[in-house]
Structure formats: structure tokens, C-alpha cells
Design a protein around this ligand. Structure first.
Ligand SMILES: C[S@@+](CC[C@H](N)C(=O)[O-])C[C@H]1O[C@@H](n2cnc3c(N)ncnc32)[C@H](O)[C@@H]1O
Length: 350
């Protein structure tokens, strides 16, 4: 593997400050807070090691009367309506096997599709169907989903990706301050990292999230094959630009090899910043394209057309990635580079 760490090594990020579970319109008491004293055993079991950011909010916030009765804590209670960002009312089935989730505010119902929860905005519409750019659509096919861990992903090594195990170790180093909390493996594909996060036991909840139905089905198959308990794992279909979580409710977001596939990296990073708590960490890897110096204006102008040819893939430079994170309130940018590969972390500003 090419030498990593040329620029910055994945040093520990600053200690996580307090959480920020404020909703745009009113406060929703985080269920985890209630589990601190005298909650039923099962709740404690699931969130026993929830990070300080979720559990250690100021007592006055916990005492504030919510307008929405929060659902009892299950792994589903971390999920929210992607339309209005309010929590669900029917996440109360203790087994986590509810057949649908209903938004506490707009009343939209989201189905349990057996392999995953479909929390896309358009789910349930009968006439409307939306096609995404090729870089998203290609991963929705059964063939690519099947091939993904059977050779496709391994090819990334030619672009400088260090390989799954090394990437996971590096990501863990960056994510260290968020251990014990909830991690979203955004654009998880067939769940190669999601499964490692669950197996590591480092997080109280792992949300494996992708837009591709077939990737999520494939992920579920691997979960079963590998006998991984789904007690701390939720599989969710959602668009990266419309994440189904309450503001400031997530400790960490990991996105392996994905930014270049997102239709709008800006909307996606803004969304990731919205759902992260203060001090929460975003770790991502992608292909970088600073072989095209962004300082040369003509090449900047040409980039969208080049991207169209490449199936709408958006290859950004490390300078652009840092700039985008900063513009979205994610600071303390650190990264490692190897060839066209970059892994970086950024922290949600307090
Ligand atoms: C190259 S794969 C990365 C999979 C995995 N994270 C990894 O490290 O190998 C890119 C993933 O991004 C997902 N994706 C593309 N557009 C998306 C979107 N708009 N919202 C959520 N996921 C998306 C694809 O479905 C695909 O699974």
C-alpha cells in the first residue's frame, strides 16, 4: 500500500462537547435521557453506552415539556420523518418489528420492507417516480449490488484505497471520541463497514443507510450469513440529502467511498452537519481529483461536463472537501491521502 499520512495523521479529535437535540420548532426530549434513571431493562440494554452528548444534556432541557410524546426507546426511536424531521410515534414495538412508522407531525406512514425501513420522501407515491443521476442509479441494480463485495469494491485498491481492514482501522481512529453513541454508515452499500461497526461492539446503534434497495437487501443477507445480531443495527433506505434523523441526534457519520456518487455533495454534507450533535464526527473516504487544479478557471467551468461524461460522479479536491465541510459548520479537518484516495474527518462545531 502506498504510504499514508502524508499530510495529517488521524489524531484524536477534541473531546465531545454536549449534545444538541433541539428541534427546529420545539424540543423533543431525547429518549436516552429518560433511560438514565429507572428505565426498563431493555432500554438500558440498547443504549447502555450512549455517548455523553446524548445522555448528559442539561437537566433543564430534560425537564422541558415536549409537545410531542417521544416514543419509548428502541433502536427505531433514533429515526425521524425525512419530510419534517420529527420523530415517529409508532416506534414503540419493543421487538423493533413494527410494520410501519408514523410521523408524529405530518402523519406520513413509512413501511417496513422486511430487509430495511424505507424512509425516502417519495415512498408510498403511486404516480411519481424519481430517477437519480447515474452514479446513484447504477448501485440500485441487483447485478452491481451482488458484485459489489465480490470484486467491485476490491478494485478501488487501484485508485489508492488501502483495503477494507486498513480503512476501518483508520476510520476508527478518527471516530474514537464518538464511541458508545449512534453511528450512521451513510451510503453503506452492501454494509461492509456497517457490519464491522456492529461486530466491533463500539456503538450502541449502527444505522446502515443507503438509497439502493438492492444494496440493503444484500447487506441483510450478509448480516444473516455472518450471524450478526441486528439488536444494534437498523437498515434504512434514505437519500443522503434528506436524512431521517432529528437535528443534532447523531454522534458519528461514516461515508466510505461515497461522496463522488452523491448527486449534490453540498446538500449531503449540509444534511450530515444538521444531524450531527456538537462535537459529532464525520469521517469519509472518496476519490479526489486535484489533478485538475481548481485554481485554473477554465477547468472549473469544464468540470460539470466532465462529471456528466463520468456518470455524474463528482470528484472533488481535498481543498474543496475541506472548504465544503467548513461551509457546513464542520471544522478541524484532518485527512490522509494515497493516490486518488482520501480519508478525512471533520467535527461538528459547537
Ligand atoms: C461506491 S458505493 C460505497 C459503499 C460502501 N460505503 C463502501 O465503502 O464501499 C456508493 C454507495 O452510495 C450510494 N448512494 C448513491 N447515491 C446516494 C444517495 N443519493 N443517497 C444515499 N446513498 C447513495 C449507492 O447506492 C452506493 O451503495
Amino acid at each position: 500500500m502506498a504510504a499514508l499520512g502524508a499530510a495529517t495523521t488521524p489524531a484524536a479529535a477534541p473531546a465531545a462537547p454536549r449534545g444538541n437535540n433541539r428541534h427546529p420548532r420545539h424540543r423533543v426530549a431525547a429518549p436516552a435521557r429518560r433511560s438514565r434513571g429507572g428505565a426498563p431493562a431493555r432500554r438500558l440494554e440498547l443504549h447502555a453506552s450512549v455517548s455523553p452528548a446524548v445522555t448528559a444534556d442539561a437537566p433543564d432541557e430534560a425537564a422541558a415539556e415536549p409537545l410531542v410524546e417521544p416514543a419509548p426507546e428502541t433502536k427505531l426511536s433514533k429515526l425521524a420523518c425525512p419530510i419534517c424531521y420529527y420523530p415517529f410515534v409508532s416506534a414503540s414495538d419493543p421487538s423493533g418489528d413494527a410494520s410501519s412508522l408514523e410521523c408524529s407531525t405530518c402523519k406520513k406512514v413509512y413501511p417496513n420492507k422486511q430487509d430495511y425501513w424505507d424512509l425516502t420522501v417519495a415512498v408510498g407515491s403511486t404516480e411519481y417516480s424519481e430517477s437519480k443521476p447515474a452514479a446513484t442509479e447504477i448501485f440500485r441494480t441487483p447485478l452491481v449490488s451482488f458484485l459489489y463485495e465480490r470484486g467491485w469494491r476490491q478494485n478501488f485498491i487501484w485508485g489508492g484505497f488501502p483495503g477494507l481492514e486498513r480503512e476501518f482501522e483508520m476510520a476508527k481512529t478518527y471516530l474514537n471520541p464518538t464511541i458508545g453513541g449512534t453511528i450512521v454508515d451513510a451510503s453503506c452499500g452492501s454494509g461492509l463497514f456497517s457490519r464491522l461497526f456492529v461486530k466491533s461492539g463500539l456503538y450502541s446503534l449502527v444505522v446502515a443507510l443507503d438509497f439502493s434497495e438492492n444494496m440493503l437487501k444484500q447487506c441483510n443477507e450478509y448480516v444473516k450469513q455472518e450471524n450478526i445480531s441486528d439488536e444494534r443495527l437498523a437498515l434504512v433506505r434514505a437519500d443522503i440529502s434528506r436524512l431521517p434523523f432529528v437535528n443534532g441526534s447523531i454522534d458519528a457519520v461514516h461515508a466510505g467511498a461515497a461522496i463522488h456518487c452523491w448527486p449534490s455533495p453540498a446538500c449531503a454534507v449540509a444534511e450530515i452537519s444538521r444531524v450531527l450533535r456538537s462535537g459529532g464526527i464525520f469521517v469519509a473516504s472518496t476519490f479526489v481529483a486535484d489533478v485538475i487544479p481548481p485554481a485554473i478557471p477554465i477547468l472549473r467551468i469544464a468540470r460539470p461536463y466532465i462529471s456528466q461524461i463520468g456518470g455524474n460522479n463528482t470528484f472533488l479536491s481535498e481543498v474543496e472537501l475541506e472548504d465544503l465541510c467548513k461551509a457546513c459548520g464542520l471544522v478541524d479537518f484532518k485527512f490522509v491521502r494515497s493516490g486518488f484516495y482520501i480519508m478525512f474527518s471533520a467535527t461538528k462545531a459547537s
